[in-house]
Design a protein around this ligand. Structure first.
Ligand code: SPD
Length: 389
């Protein structure tokens, strides 16, 4: 059991080290509530029986929403998005109609600071106690002081995914590089791999940070001069990039791309899907020698959520160990739910590209955030890179 949890403690230590703070014990707010002397009557939920959720695509296990609906009688309208930018634009526009949204922590911080989210009522989420305290401490230190707004849905990392079979064929006599990032950023490799398809995630805040990391810069630099450096480097491989993808799982599994900048779990889902489609090709989520970029995706209530009670009920439902385990088992992303660890299938728990080993964590880059101005400069730099062929 100790070994299983090593990843989360290692993660926390690294992330906290990155922001110059020592790991702290769970905040008092997360401690179990004192036992009441007399049972209080449960407040009646008078909200209409509706809940509107906006989450990343391919992130919820089959049947989970239906189970919640059956159990509570609450009708869930579940929509999906592909990028943090898409979600952010909806929140900034206001009146999104959504109760629960699932921003990456890089965007959640400015959303909290910009008043786009509302604090949680923790008394309505007893299953918060199931969460891994070091991960909550990490989120508190970097993004959400006192864990007031955010509850982890899952986490993972941005990395390189390959179709091993096709990449080996396209490279021919050229050996695989030691650093997998070379496959997507170094012209010697991209010139060969363009024949079987190179795909990048279609999002400035996904591509510029990994390009900066490859250049040895701070992946979360807020300096536009660094974005210029990143796009100068990217311009050299632009002609070799086939797809700017918002359907990465299908693009890899369906053979449109043999190498991609994508998210760890989605690459693993593509590997499973390719097998289901009887493909003999082996798809792999890589662990680049210089590290990959960690992300946390977090549930939050919009500032104008019309169904906050239903939203709290769903968050508590998701935090049941069996539901968090179902997410990890089906979606190939690690959960921050410590109580779920015993229910993770051995092949998922033992997959080092899902539950990464402690020594690889030492190389990974913890998430930070960007100012609104920096994001705008990054989007401009990215869009001109994308247009220039
Ligand atoms: N299929 C779910 C993908 C979730 C990816 N979230 C990534 C946020 C990274 N910045």
């Amino acid at each position: 059991m100790m070994k299983k949890y090593l990843w989360s403690f290692a993660l926390s230590a690294i992330v906290l080290a990155g922001c110059g703070k020592k790991e702290e014990p769970p905040t008092p707010a997360l401690a179990p509530a004192p036992v009441a002397t007399a049972p209080a009557a449960a407040p009646v939920n008078t909200e209409e029986k509706v809940l509107n959720i906006y989450n990343w695509a391919d992130y919820v296990p089959e049947g989970m929403i239906a189970t919640f609906e059956k159990e509570t009688g609450i009708k869930v309208n579940y929509d999906t998005f592909e990028t943090n930018e898409a979600l952010h634009a909806k929140l900034v526009a206001g009146n999104s109609g959504y109760d629960i949204v699932v921003p990456g922590s890089v965007f959640a911080k400015p959303q909290i600071e910009g008043g786009l989210l509302q604090p949680l009522d923790k008394s309505k989420i007893p299953n918060l106690a199931n969460l891994d305290a070091p991960i909550l401490a990490t989120l508190a230190a970097k993004t959400d002081p006192d864990n007031k707004y955010l509850v982890p849905w899952a986490w993972g990392f941005t990395t390189v995914g390959i179709n091993k079979t096709k990449v080996a064929k396209a490279l021919g006599a050229m050996p695989m590089p030691e650093n997998a990032w070379d496959l997507v950023f170094k012209p010697e490799y991209t010139a060969k791999l363009k024949s079987c398809g190179i795909a990048y995630l279609d999002s400035p805040t996904e591509i510029i940070p990994v390009a900066l990391h490859y250049l040895g810069k701070d992946a979360y630099s807020n300096d536009p001069a660094d974005y210029k450096l990143a796009t100068e480097m990217l311009a050299k491989v632009r002609k070799d990039v086939r797809i700017f993808s918002s359907t990465m799982i299908d693009d890899i599994a369906g053979g449109k791309a043999c190498v991609a900048i994508g998210w760890s779990g989605d690459i693993n889902i593509a590997a499973v899907r390719a097998k289901e489609n009887q493909s003999k090709d082996e798809i792999e989520s890589m662990l680049p020698s210089t590290g990959a970029l960690i992300f946390f995706d977090t549930m939050a209530l919009t500032k104008d959520a019309k169904h906050p009670n239903n939203a709290h009920a769903f968050i508590d439902f998701y935090l049941r160990p069996e539901n968090a385990a179902l997410m990890a088992n089906e979606m190939n992303y690690p959960t921050a739910n410590k109580a779920a660890m015993d229910q993770i299938n051995p092949e998922i728990a033992g997959n080092k590209t899902i539950f990464v080993e402690a020594d690889y964590f030492a190389k990974m880059i913890p998430p930070s955030s960007f100012s609104n101005e920096a994001r705008e400069a990054m989007a401009n730099a990215y869009n001109s890179f994308k247009k220039g062929k």
